[in-house]
Write a protein that binds this ligand. Structure first.
Ligand SMILES: Nc1ncnc2c1ncn2[C@@H]1O[C@H](COP(=O)(O)OP(=O)(O)OP(=O)(O)O)[C@@H](O)[C@H]1O
Length: 827
């Protein structure tokens, strides 16, 4: 079957598809068309990676739009949202408007309402529904990408409930769910009342095998000799072997999956030795440039390490990298410039980075629940393996595991090569998931009674899988009690109503437990301020719920698909749609808040939001406990709420971990440079941005809660929020991160008229940066160096005043923390 055989697509689209090289549909695509995907029928497609799932979704969406409808494409990661948007934008020349809505891209409701295809994360869609986005009612087609992630305990329930809500809003909705090959795709199809397209077909052969001794043993019984030299590691031998084999003039690139960030970094450093010796001069020159771009993006040790590896043709990839660095690495790998990436499993979660050879080096991870290292799920390993084989580039893909003894080789064949992936199981019947979704379901009017609520939950995968709703009912009842006790819901004769504050919590996209913690902390702060802040802070200690158990340091860095990455990526989505007029209300409350000055310290507020379940706290590493215990006693009077005693071990550690996170935010707000923050807290630039984004969102929510509850602390909260926000002004974002330019220096450059990275490049960067750093340099010289003399800068310091600024700089925390002169204070 060919695109031109379809009469449902908008005019011109079939020809455009054929011009792109899609002359015949792949077999799973033909099966989906036969199941009615282009005629408005719901379909679940459970097929291997790279087998053309996106086109199945496009056929559904484009046909739906051609019939006058509107389509929504739900992605699991923000990074994927922009990737998909760019992909779909090629349809704009046929009059199809594409929009994206994620935390990063704020798009107003009306503009989104005018789009034909909207791409969004599931959290964003959930938030849009909670905030009553009217266009949601007009949807005719919804695509759920990577639907097997409903199995994820953290984010799965949001996708599950969101699909249930969308289907309740619009009974005729076409649902197209794209899934990896899983054990029970039929159950997912049953749940969605969809036809099932299931297939093992792939456009490129995927050979799976295990390297043991001096050879790879493949699933088809064949062997490939890959000797491991003396002192060499198996991974290095395999990466070298792929690179040394030219097929159609192309050498093979490799993707190596490891269990933690630290492992990714050290493996990349080692493998850089393998790739470096195989680069040609053109590649070397291009990689030098790429390394410079990576250094330009951020000023931390992580960036430095990454740039060093990239210069030699290898890279690491994990959540500690900034978004820009991640995409630079991904693009260079796709362009075959970077020959090898060592990645944590996040990279397997859909971002399009195929390689000829995939090596799953670490197949165990630390599991706090079961203790010790546990094998990864088959599904997860299959997702990593599925990255092997680049369509159109490689004749085949190879996915390899490593064994150092025969028993392990047998185990790996059993567990991953021969095994079928696990079933997808709903994770909805857990209190943390239901706490937030029950409140939102009632607040947005999807249910008004307990029975109505249970009936709604009956539409979920959980209900359809278990057929027994007693557990769901039991957890729901416990959650209802919790929500009532915290005054988010009222129950009267079986009817359920969200309170005013309950509505706000739902719209703000807060976990009700975060909201309860924040409200308690604020109230406590107001009361203890009335009494005596210092005395009250030490009184009334009580135990808090158990937090994270101690985790070995290296393991604490591990970031798996089900862990920090996904949650950081979407969990902290901001809901600017909520309470559009709240800003105004806060203004008036602030005006009425006639305080003489702040009564709650920013650190106290950072700590308050850092201990909510919506913030992923920093871990305490070895040696941290003593540091933060000391700070705990020094800053005790600033904490809001009841601190646990040091004898309550787990709760106390949890409190200290929140203090560490709060201290990072405090350092950020005081404009300490990124490099020093990264080193002090043992984090990467991506982590810093993640914490800051989440804190901004939570402090904004705290401000609205304080206002709504009429607590006399609105100004304090606003002050704390602004400090975090002003850590980097929007206008400075482009400059911050250029190597050697922290936030303070960016401001100086901005004031001197250099407002963008491009302008900085145009100017002689080394001269400018030299001037920024040098003790002898004056502002005047800097301006001269960049060929500008802004009249508003008249009267900038002379040499003498600059050296005075240098001395002051060392006290007030200048940009690089070295006490050297920046270029004085123009303002
Ligand atoms: N019928 C076809 N003929 C030729 N090429 C195709 C066809 N369908 C899809 N492709 C191409 O195959 C590649 C892989 O497709 P796609 O990215 O949609 O796979 P996928 O199943 O979504 O993969 P993943 O699971 O990795 O997200 C793309 O480059 C796409 O353009």
């Amino acid at each position: 079957m060919r695109p031109s055989d379809l009469s449902t697509l908008p005019d011109g689209v079939p020809e455009a598809l054929e011009a792109e090289g899609i002359e015949e549909f792949y077999p799973p695509q033909t099966a989906a068309v036969e199941a009615g995907v282009a005629d408005g029928e719901s379909v679940v497609a459970s097929v291997p990676t790279a087998s053309g799932k996106t086109l199945i979704a496009e056929l559904a969406m484009l046909s739906s739009v051609a019939r006058g409808g509107k389509a929504l494409y739900i992605v699991p990661l923000r990074a994927l949202a922009s990737e998909k948007k760019t992909e779909f934008e090629r349809w704009e020349r046929f009059g199809i408007d594409v929009g994206v809505s994620t935390g990063n891209y704020q798009s107003d409701g009306e503009w989104l309402a005018s789009r034909d295809i909207i791409v969004a994360t599931s959290e964003k869609v959930d938030s849009l529904i909670r905030n009553g986005a009217p266009w949601v009612n007009d949807l005719t087609c919804v695509v759920a990408d990577e639907v097997h992630l409903v199995d994820d305990g953290g984010r799965g329930p949001t996708l599950e409930v969101t699909l249930a809500k969308l289907r309740k809003i619009n009974r005729d909705l076409q649902v197209v769910a794209l899934s990896a090959t899983v054990g029970n795709a039929d159950e997912v199809a049953d749940w969605l009342d969809a036809a099932l397209v299931e297939s093992d077909w792939r456009p490129i052969e995927l050979k799976m095998g295990v390297h043991y001794g001096n050879a790879v043993n493949f699933d088809d019984g064949s062997q490939r000799e890959v000797p491991v030299g003396n002192g060499q590691k198996q991974t290095a031998a395999l990466v070298a072997d792929a690179l040394d084999e030219e097929v159609d003039g192309q050498r093979g690139s490799s993707l190596v999956f490891v269990s933690s960030r630290r492992n990714a970094e050290s493996a990349a450093r080692r493998l850089a030795g393998v790739t470096e010796s195989r680069l040609d001069p053109d590649e070397q020159a291009a990689l030098e440039e790429l390394a410079a771009d990576i250094r330009d993006d951020s000023d931390t040790d992580t960036s430095e390490d990454l740039a060093d590896c990239v210069r030699d043709g290898a890279a690491f990839h994990h959540a500690g990298l900034s978004a820009t660095q991640r995409s630079l690495v991904e693009d260079a790998f796709r362009d075959r410039l970077v020959k090898c990436i060592c990645a944590t499993p996040t990279l397997a979660a859909g971002v399009n980075t195929p390689a000829r050879r995939v090596v799953v080096r670490d197949w165990k991870r630390y599991d706090g629940e079961f203790g010790g290292m546990q094998p990864l799920d088959t599904l997860e390993v299959h997702q990593m393996m599925g990255r092997a084989g680049r369509p159109g580039l490689d004749p085949y893909g190879e996915a390899l595991l490593l064994a150092t003894d025969r028993d392990t080789m047998d185990e790996l064949f059993e567990r991953y090569v021969w095994a079928e992936p696990e079933d997808v199981r709903s994770k909805l019947a857990a209190e943390p998931a239901l706490r937030t979704h029950v409140l939102a379901t009632v607040a947005s009017g999807f249910a008004t009674t307990r029975d109505g609520l249970l009936e709604f939950l009956d539409r979920t995968l959980y209900a359809s899988q278990t057929g027994d709703d007693s557990r769901l009912a039991a957890v729901t009842d416990r959650v209802l009690e919790y929500l009532e006790a915290n005054e988010f819901l009222e129950r009267d004769d079986g009817s359920l109503t969200a309170t005013g504050i309950g509505h706000t919590v739902s719209r703000l996209y807060l976990d009700p437990m975060s909201a309860a913690e924040i409200i308690d902390g604020l109230r406590e702060g107001v009361e203890s301020d009335d009494d005596d802040a210092a005395a009250a802070a030490t009184a009334n200690r009580r135990s808090r719920a158990a937090g994270d158990a101690e985790v070995p340091e290296d393991i604490a860095d591990a970031d798996f698909v089900t862990g920090n990455d996904l949650l950081d990526d979407g969990g902290g989505e901001r809901t600017d749609d909520a309470g559009g007029d709240a800003e105004e209300a806060v203004e008036s409350a602030a005006a009425a808040d006639g305080d003489d000055g702040p009564t709650l310290s920013p650190l106290g507020l950072y700590h308050l939001v850092a201990r909510t379940p919506d913030m992923y706290q920093l871990y305490l590493k070895s040696g941290d406990r003593a540091t933060y215990e000391e700070q705990f006693y020094e800053r005790e009077a600033e904490f809001l709420g009841h601190a646990p005693s040091e004898f309550e071990d787990v709760a106390f550690e949890d409190w200290l971990a929140a203090l560490k996170t709060a201290r990072l935010l405090e350092d950020w707000a005081s404009e300490l440079d990124e490099d020093t923050i990264a080193e002090r807290y043992g984090v990467g630039p991506g982590d810093i941005r993640g914490k800051v984004d989440t804190a901004e969102w939570l402090l904004g929510a705290t401000e609205q809660l304080a206002n709504e509850l009429d607590l006399d602390v609105v100004l304090d909260v606003r002050e704390a929020r602004k400090r975090v926000e002003d850590g980097v002004h929007e206008e400075l974002l482009d400059l911050v991160g250029v190597r050697g330019v922290g936030r303070k220096r960016a401001r100086r450059l901005f004031e001197a008229g250099i407002e963008t990275r491009a302008e900085l490049r145009e100017a002689d960067k080394s001269v400018v940066l030299g001037a920024l750093r040098g003790r002898e340099q004056t502002a005047e010289n800097v301006l001269k160096a960049v060929g500008r003399q802004d009249p508003s800068m008249e009267g900038v310091e002379t040499d003498a005043s600059a050296s005075a600024a240098a001395t002051a700089g060392s006290e007030s925390g200048d940009d690089d923390g070295s006490g050297q002169a920046t270029f004085g204070d123009f303002s």
